[in-house]
Design a protein around this ligand. Structure first.
Ligand code: S3P
Length: 422
């Protein structure tokens, strides 16, 4: 995919549905009694992996224009799949599903692509075993995972990392556990599972970094409206901020306070972003308008990190255009995403002539005038889109070497870029 310096991005964009919420809607819909209707579902490869896994366990899921209907089988209605479940590139599918599978009365194995086989699964194996689960991984901590039937009991688990995937895996196992299941996070991570469980009638208590779930008798099916993904909107917000002459509106974006750190940081960098038409359903939603402006460096760390973990690559791309230094710290988790996103961004920003350094838990970027180049993606959707954003503002022509990888979370990303003048 070739990209040229843009002379201004203009117009209105609607981004695809939130990836995290789409996964959870299928999972909880499958375990509910009755039909769950999902609008705005993300038809990206990761969420299709979740649909595929549940279909293999006997759940009827209808995908039609404009919606997905999950015919819930109830908490105890999943059937043994014929072979191992394949989760593709999706960490969310793998980790959340582990929590559900740990409580099923049948043995099951789970595997994914080359990236999934490298990602840490010890973090879910440890607490699930504490709950009584029979779950084993390759070398004790990687996929493929093998799970056998076991009775689960509630625990209080202090999480070593702020991870919504880990928290959700434990809470989902807690739906089947004897007694109360409680997690304590080092900092709050996205709370979509908690919100959706409550909407389906489950008692979930929350107090700061502590969340507890009481095993319900049943989950009540409901309608779920998936808002636009702020992690996808972030590419347009960053592009609109850095490309001179831009004015862009991204409509219907989820602005859950556990996910909106990117807005806080872009504004701290001097970006002009306004939030209109704010409405609050199960998840808060708004339209976001960005106008190009001069950016300056900032510091990103501490409890802000889980609130923008997936947006750090594109924030690094924006920092390449900012005056002064941007320091990202406390972001070790970036090393174990779909790729090592610290190493990947430092390598690709360097290729663009940006002065940046990798640190133990993040990176330091000294902004300047990036130039176009042929960029690697590391088979990571967010690296591909972040470098596309950089390319629009960089001097000269660029190339994204593996553009198809964006379909993990944003099929049609490049078409939308073209429509707004990219
Ligand atoms: C997600 C949680 C985050 C995030 C991922 C989606 C989720 O991962 O990076 O893209 O849907 O729960 P971690 O839980 O590993 O931080």
């Amino acid at each position: 995919m070739k990209l040229h310096t843009s002379s201004g991005l203009r117009g209105t964009v609607t981004v695809p549905g939130d990836k995290s919420i789409s996964h959870r809607a299928v999972m909880l819909g499958a375990l509910a009694d009755g039909e769950t209707h999902i609008s705005g579902f993300l038809m990206g490869e990761d969420c299709l992996s979740t649909i595929d896994c549940f279909r293999k366990m006997g759940v009827q899921i209808d995908v039609r224009d404009g919606g997905v209907t999950v015919h819930g089988v109830g908490l105890h209605g999943l059937r043994a799949p014929e072979g191992p479940l394949y989760t593709g590139n999706s960490g969310t599918t793998t980790r959340l599903l582990s929590g559900i599978l740990a409580a099923q009365p049948f043995p099951v194995s789970m595997t994914g692509d080359a990236s999934i086989e490298q990602r840490p699964m010890g973090r879910i194996i440890t607490p699930l075993r504490e709950m009584g689960a029979d779950i084993r991984g390759r070398d004790g901590k990687y996929c493929p995972l093998h799970i056998a039937p076991a009775a689960l009991h509630g625990v209080r688990y202090e999480m070593p990392v702020a991870s919504a995937q880990l928290k959700s895996a434990i809470l989902l196992a807690g739906l089947y556990a004897d007694g109360v299941t409680e997690v304590v996070e080092p900092a709050p991570s996205r709370d979509h599972t908690e919100r959706m469980l409550r909407a389906m009638g489950v008692q979930v208590e929350q107090d700061g970094c502590r969340v507890a779930v009481h095993a319900p008798l049943a989950l009540r099916a409901c309608s779920i409206e998936v808002p636009g993904d702020i992690s996808s909107a972030a590419f347009f917000l960053a592009a609109g901020a850095i490309v001179t002459g831009s004015e862009l509106t991204v409509k219907n974006v989820g602005i859950n306070p556990t996910r909106d750190g990117v807005l806080e940081v872009l504004r701290a960098m001097g970006a002009d972003i306004t939030c209109t038409n704010v409405r609050d359903a199960a998840e808060p939603v708004a339209d976001l308008t960005v106008r190009a402006s001069a950016l300056h460096g900032t510091e990103i760390g501490g409890p802000l990190i889980p609130r923008l973990i997936d947006e750090l690559p594109v924030l690094a791309a924006a920092a390449a255009f900012a005056e002064g230094e941007t320091v990202i710290r406390d972001a070790q988790e970036l090393k174990v995403k779909e790729s090592n996103r610290i190493a990947a961004m430092v390598a690709e920003l360097t290729r663009a002539g940006v002065d940046c350094t990798e640190t133990a838990d993040g990176m330091v970027i000294r902004g300047g005038r990036p130039r176009g180049a042929a960029f690697e993606t590391y088979r990571d959707h967010r690296i591909a889109m972040s470098m596309a954003v950089l390319a629009l503002g960089a001097a000269g022509e660029s190339e994204i070497l593996d553009p198809g990888v964006v379909s993990i979370s944003y099929p049609g990303f490049f078409d939308t870029l073209r429509q707004i003048g990219g």
